[in-house]
Design a protein around this ligand. Structure first.
Ligand code: HEC
Length: 109
């Protein structure tokens, strides 16, 4: 492999979006939303990875969620933060609650 090809492969891997977990591995409604299975326009996994471990685009949620209250979680989902988009237009109140419950259960306090 030439240096150029190697550099391209490396760059492509770094910019690679997160992967969805397999549909059959998920039963939780919040996790279905997170992984893009409940609504096609809600795609948290693309930046955070299906398991929330993060990508170059977004941090691992286990380092963030424990520091946030439920209210702060809701607010960051609705309004976004930095390069994290706002999801207000894409989610109902129930769906925001499902995501918050899922994030808390998975990534703790
Ligand atoms: C386009 C990429 C992208 C998508 C899609 C995305 N996020 Fe994020 N998210 C980010 C980035 C970047 C940050 C870090 C923001 C910062 O601290 O500046 C972040 C941070 C967070 C945080 C931590 C906030 C904090 O204050 O520490 C939570 C929780 C979160 N995202 C949840 C979600 C959920 C739930 C979804 C889907 C509804 C989602 N994200 C979709 C990019 C994304």
């Amino acid at each position: 492999m030439s240096i150029r090809v190697a550099a391209f492969v490396l760059l492509a891997a770094c910019a690679a979006p997160g992967k969805q977990l397999p549909r059959t591995a998920i039963t939780d409604p919040g996790e279905l939303l997170f992984n893009g299975y409940a609504k096609p326009d809600v795609t948290c996994y693309k930046c955070h990875n299906g398991d929330g471990t993060g990508t170059k685009r977004a941090p691992a949620l286990a380092t963030r969620v424990p520091k946030l209250t439920d209210d702060q979680l809701r607010t960051v989902i609705l309004e976004g933060r930095g390069k994290m988009p706002a999801w207000r237009k894409h989610l109902t109140d129930d769906e925001v609650a499902q995501l918050t419950v899922f994030l808390r259960a998975r990534f703790g306090r």
